[in-house]
Design a protein around this ligand. Structure first.
Ligand code: PMP
Length: 389
């Protein structure tokens, strides 16, 4: 395995930002409990509240609306368990939505997505107006952008519809924070999930943004932390790191065009080398950093290993679901050919990605493609490289 590595798996987890690391180290050295009223405690409390301001600013929310959690999985589970009589969601959500939705107490309505990767607002409207959910509280949960394809979803329109019909609206913005401006207030959202490690903060911390005035049954009961909503002594280093990362991610919004330029450079190169390559969702509005690429006939697991040996880290579908046979549930929901779903790799970059790294990706891609063409000509099946068999 090559020594110099290029990391193209930001959607699985972004590299830790130096400022997040510094904030965490500073917090690690502090003694005390943020709930204590002495100076030590107050200092930790201040760190938490500063981080809350930074996280709120990244998504256009008020600090009072941000509740720290142990990640986006926890935030998603929390909302989905929120005692709703009906939950309306989509087949392309992350597992941390789909799994709790499947055991939610009330009625579950799951709508699909088009082959362009976009959820259809009219289908949600139909589900609500025609299938007429049981009376009571209903929640619509639709991701802001997909983690595998990067396709942006019409959350503004869905939120408008939800508001007009008295439904609660949640969005999983995990892959969007720092990649597109988010305005929680202007979108009229009720709940929004995010994650620290996707924006260059530490893993195991995230937030659920809850619109001021809304009730949601407490996630953890016990002490009074997080205004009684999520009891337990706060993980101050993680929260401080998340806050610093949020500040960095907000600044990075100025560099979105540059990230998109590099992503497009990569895609253009990929298609020049392999005219039969498919870029999933390419015609749709996508976040700037994500490219879902399939070389039909080349299983993603094989391409991933070959790229890894060339020093390049990519994902196959969602990192959380890799290993699944027959491609990811997202590709299946889009109704893509199994040959595309099974071949899809996810290339995701960030503000730290360089043109030289894109060039190294394309060099490796070129070699993989040549090998595939050669084997195809000889009628040899695709297998993993010998050293990994
Ligand atoms: N939602 C989406 C869209 C994601 O991509 C992820 C991470 N793969 C999560 C939720 C879960 O986030 P966390 O790792 O913070 O639990």
């Amino acid at each position: 395995v090559k020594n110099s590595r290029a990391y193209f798996d930001y959607n699985a987890s972004a590299p830790l930002r130096p400022e997040a690391r510094e904030a965490m180290l500073a917090a690690l050295d502090l003694t005390g409990n943020a709930s204590s009223v002495h100076g030590e405690g107050r200092r930790l409390r201040q760190m938490i509240e500063d981080a809350r301001e930074c996280v709120a600013a990244l998504v256009g929310a008020k600090a009072s609306e941000v509740v720290f959690t142990g990640g986006a999985t926890e935030a998603n589970n929390w909302v989905l368990r929120g005692a709703f009589d009906t939950v309306i969601t989509t087949e392309i959500e992350h597992e941390s939505i789909l799994a709790p939705a499947s055991i939610a107490a009330g009625t579950l309505i799951t709508i699909g997505a088009g082959s362009d990767g976009v959820v259809n607002v009219a289908e949600i409207a139909e589900a609500v107006l025609v299938d007429a959910p049981a009376p009571g509280r209903a929640l619509v949960s639709v991701q802001m952008a997909n983690n595998e394809t990067g396709v942006v979803q019409p959350v503004a329109d869905i939120a408008d519809f939800a508001r007009a019909h008295g439904l609660y609206m949640h969005t999983d913005a995990t892959q969007v924070a720092g990649r597109m401006g988010i305005d929680f207030a202007a979108l009229g959202l009720d709940y929004l999930s995010m994650s620290g490690h996707k924006i260059g903060g530490p893993k195991g911390v995230g937030a659920l943004v809850i619109r001021d005035g809304l009730e949601l049954p407490a996630l953890m009961r016990g002490g009074g932390q997080e205004r009684r909503r999520r009891a337990g002594t706060e993980n101050v280093p993680a929260i401080a790191g998340f806050g610093a990362a949020a500040r960095g991610a907000l600044a990075d919004l100025a560099r979105v065009d540059e990230v998109r330029r590099l992503r497009d450079l990569l895609e253009t190169g990929v298609r020049e080398i392999a005219p039969d390559a498919v870029v999933v969702g390419a015609e749709s509005d996508r976040i700037c950093n994500t490219s879902c690429i399939a070389l039909p006939g080349q299983p993603s697991s094989v391409v991933l290993i070959k790229l890894d040996l060339a020093g390049i880290a990519v994902g196959a579908g969602s990192a959380c679901s890799s290993g699944k046979i027959g491609g990811s549930h997202v590709m299946q929901a889009m109704g893509l050919d199994a040959a595309v779903g099974e071949a899809a790799i996810r290339v995701s970059i960030g503000a730290g990605t360089t043109e030289a790294e894109v060039a190294s990706f394309l060099a490796a891609w070129g070699e993989i493609y040549e090998g595939a063409v050669r084997r195809r000509a000889k009628g040899v099946a695709e297998t993993a490289p010998a050293e990994l068999r």
